[in-house]
Design a protein around this ligand. Structure first.
Ligand SMILES: C=CC1=C(C)c2cc3[nH]c(cc4nc(cc5[nH]c(cc1n2)c(C)c5CCC(=O)O)C(CCC(=O)O)=C4C)c(C)c3C=C
Ligand SMILES: [Fe+2]
Length: 411
């Protein structure tokens, strides 16, 4: 099949087309991949396509792709609102073509010419400094005030923040790198690359059955995420106007990025039963500690459960106890992190960890209270170091005929 011959029907078949009727198309396409739908042999991974247009940007609700490129850009001085609009238009046009498996019209270096879209998604956010620089100071949401400093932070400014942020996910590394390169070249004269980080998650099909992926500490990570379709899901993840929430961000979200180094030499020296007590879940199957025999990853957590000695089965400083919405006034977020491994650091220890990404309706009652609590009382924090950080307003989705950020620059 030629590169432009990939079609959604070819990907989804009858079962997938049924899914499309009941959900956002992008979500349906991606969930078809992990939801037990029989996939055609050969090329299915490449032909999987997530539409660029929709109420929300793609790359939030879809299962994580195998590869991610994260990047931040800084606007050139004096770009202004018109320059920003023009950049958003160029990026939107390219994103629409690339996610459909078409070469970009401009600056396509042909690197991904043989590949299909591979579930490519491009998700764009704006950082606090952009508003002043682009003459949009009156549109800056209060929720975009910089995150507070947390105890233990060791943040590198050069790998943090930025005026614009992009998350580029794909099931093929070359497809993701290619898309970033196109965006970078389209930004020439308007914005320059500030930092870039590459990450990975499990490749679809790598396990015998679809299951939540593991991080570099070996834990099943992402189990207790809010799920699309659950009561109150949209209110936890997406912005709605009202109060100090601006109209232009309706359907958007806030993204907290943290580059969190894992101190793997220390972690791996800990026996598995102690590792499990640090998190509060079994390592092998992700079941909560203290759960009855036969429990699994999705068995509800009982924070009051006791062991045979009468002590709490999930220790007082276990990560899932300290991070739980119940312990944080209901604070919730959709975590969609990727692992990274950039080889040995100067001291020989692995420069590896988690590119933590969490989407939420408002960081002031999402990430911030939870991280404040974790930084003081989480047993896991002894094995982590937060090395970079960013907070971005994720632009609303783009309707057909529109472009990214239109509500912000034109509204
Ligand atoms: C401020 C928010 C959070 C940070 C930072 C964070 C870092 C972090 N977490 C893990 C591993 C796991 N986290 C798990 C659950 C979990 N984590 C957070 C928040 C942050 N984690 C929440 C809100 C939850 C859910 C709590 C609950 O309601 O049960 C788990 C358990 C499985 C799961 O539910 O995903 C693991 C494992 C690492 C390794 C890490 C930093 C590198
Ligand atoms: Fe966590």
């Amino acid at each position: 099949m030629g590169r432009t011959g990939f079609t959604r029907r070819a990907l989804l078949g009858t079962a997938g087309a049924g899914l499309l009727a009941g959900a956002g198309a992008g979500v349906a396409v991606a969930y078809a991949r992990t939801g037990g739908v029989d996939e055609p042999a050969g090329g299915a991974l490449g032909s999987a396509r997530v539409p660029f247009h929709g109420e929300h940007q793609a790359g939030i609700l879809e299962p994580q792709q195998a590869r991610v490129q994260l990047a931040a850009f800084d606007l050139v001085d004096g770009l202004g609102r018109d320059g920003l609009r023009s950049l958003f238009q160029r990026w939107s046009k390219a994103a629409e073509r690339l996610t459909a498996g078409e070469p970009a019209e401009e600056f396509d270096n042909q690197v991904a010419l043989d590949a299909g879209p591979c579930s490519l998604t491009l998700t764009v956010g704006v950082g606090t400094p952009l508003f002043d620089k682009a003459g949009l100071a009156d549109r800056r949401p209060a929720a975009l005030d910089p995150l507070p400093a947390f105890p233990g932070d060791a943040l590198d400014a050069a790998r943090s923040d930025g005026d614009l942020f992009v998350q580029i996910g794909a099931d093929d590394a070359l497809v993701a790198v290619h898309a970033l390169r196109v965006l970078q070249r389209l930004a020439a004269g308007a914005a320059s690359l500030r930092w870039q980080s590459a990450g990975f998650a499990r490749t679809p099909g790598a396990t015998a059955r679809p299951m939540t992926g593991r991080n570099l500490m070996g834990q099943i990570d992402g189990t207790n995420n809010p799920r699309p379709g659950e009561d109150g899901f949209a209110a936890k993840v997406f912005c709605a106007p009202g109060g100090d929430r601006p109209d232009w961000l309706a359907g958007g979200s806030y993204l907290v990025f943290r580059r969190i180094r894992m101190l793997l030499d220390h972690w791996e020296a800990l026996p598995v039963d102690r590792q499990e007590r640090v998190i509060g879940r079994r390592k092998a199957d992700g079941a909560p500690l203290g759960a009855p025999a036969g429990a699994g990853e999705h068995t509800p957590v009982d924070l009051a459960a006791q062991g045979p000695d009468g002590a709490l089965a999930i220790p007082a400083d276990a990560h899932i106890r300290v991070a739980a919405p119940a312990a944080n006034g209901g604070a919730a977020m959709l975590r969609r992190g990727f692992s990274y491994h950039d080889g040995p650091a100067a001291d020989g220890s692995p420069d590896a960890g988690l590119l933590f990404l969490a989407f939420q309706a408002d960081p002031r009652n999402g990430f911030t209270p939870v991280q404040r609590k974790l930084s003081r009382g989480d047993g896991l924090s002894r094995f982590l170091r937060h090395e970079a950080s960013g907070l971005y307003a994720v632009l609303p989705g783009v309707p057909a005929g529109g472009y990214l950020g239109q509500q912000l620059v034109d509204g």
